[in-house]
Design a protein around this ligand. Sequence first.
Ligand code: SF4
Length: 444
Amino acid sequence: MTTTYHDLLGGEFWHAIPAYEEIDEATFLDHLWQQRHSVKTPEELVETIRELASPEFIRDVELGFHRAPMAVRVSPYAIALVDWNHPYDDPIRRQFIPVASALLPDHPRLVLDSLHEQADSPVPGLVHRYVDKALFLPIAVCPVYCRFCTRSYAIGPDTENVDKVELAKTPKQWHDVFAYIASRPELEDIVISGGDAYQLPPKNLELIGNALLDIPHVRRMRFATKGPAIMPMKLLTDEAWVDALTHIVDRGRSMGKDVVLHTHFNAPEEITEITQRAMRVLFGRGIFVRNQSVLIRGVNDEPERMQLLVRRLGYLNVHPYYVYMHDMVKGVEDLRTTIQTAVDIEKFVRGSTAGFNTPTFVCDAPGGGGKRDVHSYEHYDRENGIAVYTAPSVKRGRAFIYFDPIDRLSPAAQERWHNECVAQEMIHEALARAGVRDESLVPA
Ligand code: SF4
């Protein structure tokens, strides 16, 4: 591999978008301007890109909006990164703007909350699945809405297809979460996600950070945000937010506790010279950043593109921590890919840079098994797209199944999934080959 990962998009690239032709750099870097001008409707998209997209494409987008499980919200930064000459194939467009013609029928085993987070939630807004770790969801909004969101059951406003579940969104509700964490001495590691920590006002960021640092057994905290990937300029122009994060990191360090930022870059095109400047701010303040990507069809499911993403992240001192299999959520089957694809890409990427800068490819086991190394299946029926995992330290004795997207299977296998009796038999066979005898221990 050459050093193409050094070549980041710079200059005033947003001037290619008709609505941003006159926007100067100071305005484009203003995080409040970015939030105010985020695109949320097909009409706003048309006003922004005007003649860049054909009427057929816009009609396709309008229909896509009606069928999507997630609301749409795209920052001007992300809009400016789309190649509007080829919007159907564009990796940024594919993540955030649905088009009806690309949608595929759901696999019959898909559900809305595929990770069964609600079942592992002892108090609203907290998921406690692993022994020593919990996931705190204090906010239900994000600076962007990703079509593939695992939490499409709760995140963003209601859509025509989904009424969202309520999370704990107020400081009063958060007290129940803090009380639960304080009552469980085994909880050392708290992820603050949502929604997105970017959207927490600085005072709430500090309130949450300090409340968790004050719990003696909490040793590690991670604030999760997609923000650096789709609105990096906030780290350059929202000094109060960066200061609040810095205070928590510094206070944690003074107490011997680890506080880091987790972010979510998926495509190499998301990383520009603005990103580079933004990540230098965090690096300069001693804030460690890890990245968690999702493996998405047409975004990063080619070995060379994933390698480029990984090298670019390493170049910016962002640790490429995980690449997840796309969760088995409804309404986005065009974005999922197969376990075999992940195995092949992992093989290609490993060895192209230092091991500590190489992501682990994981399948977040559907039904609440937690993250399993994609290679660690007990059995993988490639013909019918059925991978069986176990998770002895998370839910002993249980098996968890990941189903490949049906359109990626042979015509004969696709046909078999249309017959429920045959489908049951295929699953039964895969479980038997994995050594699972008691099928009542497989989450529905
Ligand atoms: S930023 Fe994260 S929580 Fe928000 S929509 Fe995207 S994947 Fe979901």
